[in-house]
Design a protein around this ligand. Sequence first.
Ligand code: GDD
Ligand code: MG
Length: 360
Amino acid sequence: MKAVILVGGEATRLLPLTCNIPKAMVPVLNIPFLEHVIRYLNEHQVRDIILAQGHLAKPIEGYLGNGSQFGVKLSYTAEDTPRGTAGAVKNGERYLDETFLVLNGDIFTDLNITAMIGTHREKKAKATIALTPVDDPTSYGLIETNAEGRVTRFLEKPSWSQVTTKMINAGTYVVEPEVLSQIPPQVNFSFERNLFPLLLEQGEPIYAYPSAAYWMDIGTPEKYLQLHRDLLSGKSSQHTFASGEEVLIGGQSHIQATAEVKGTVVIGDNCSIGGGVKLIGPVVIGSGCTILEGAVIKESIIWRNAWLGRGVKLKSSIVADNCCLNANSIIEGSVLGDRVTVGSSCKLESGSKIEPGTTV
Ligand code: GDD
Ligand code: MG
């Protein structure tokens, strides 16, 4: 079966991490997010994949190429201006002549798509939507169903007064190709706000596939951090970390004997961790990072080539590529875009979001 992964649109809620790279390329456990999704599809024998890109196309194609390295075949579409989720799929219509999958490109899930495809066929649905329960449905697409599991209502980003269920659109669909004819070409059209409500109005059989499998949308820094906490504590079956305490160290990386590691910590290649450094997991450090003596890193994600001076304190934060945190700086609950420099002894206000290339 073919799958379309939606990797375009705006990623404003994940800024400043997505100023220069698409959301699908943010590293998770030191590999681009999209690679996790492709490996997951491959596990389910879905190996013909169309990447519906927006304007930040180059980094994705440059990294994934034709997909052969990952055991899949990749095709690409791109948009000058965002076409919306359904418009993006319409854009790839030439590839889609039989039942296909659509996946939001910012979801990490253990959803059993093989079983979902089976249900779709059994019910003879025009489209089947995976559902997942969440505490706050207001930032998602709320879905009401009847006793037979048929979708009766689709309400994107409801207000609290409209919330009638905790079940939301999990961002994975099985779709019949004839549905494509309902999507107008060359315009912005959305599955959530346009196509699903239209199909329901027409009385088409749209079914739900509820699942309690692990699920996370990485669309905000908080959720991006939560995904790492979850993966490092073994909540997904796709990554098995031993409970609680574990260090994974990449090739050519060195940790001084006096460094202290607690919880689960993943360190990429070519890193140097100085004496007396404390790493208190969940922590992920990308390749090429230098952490000098006495730095304390707690519950944080650091991308590639960071330089952390002596005594730096970093907590509950995300640091994008090529940042420099000078000695004794204190960063908590913050998100640093790429190439940010933080001055010696500078204390960032909690909740700071620092634009790429800035010196603070
Ligand atoms: N190619 C392309 N073009 N892709 C797009 C476009 C577009 O114009 N707009 C959005 N996308 C991609 C995004 O990259 C993302 O992977 C996916 O489509 C969903 O867009 P988001 O912007 O992340 O939407 P959301 O998280 O607010 O809501 C969506 O996901 C929820 C689950 O996380 C909706 O589908 C909700 O109904 C759903 O509950
Ligand atoms: Mg999203």
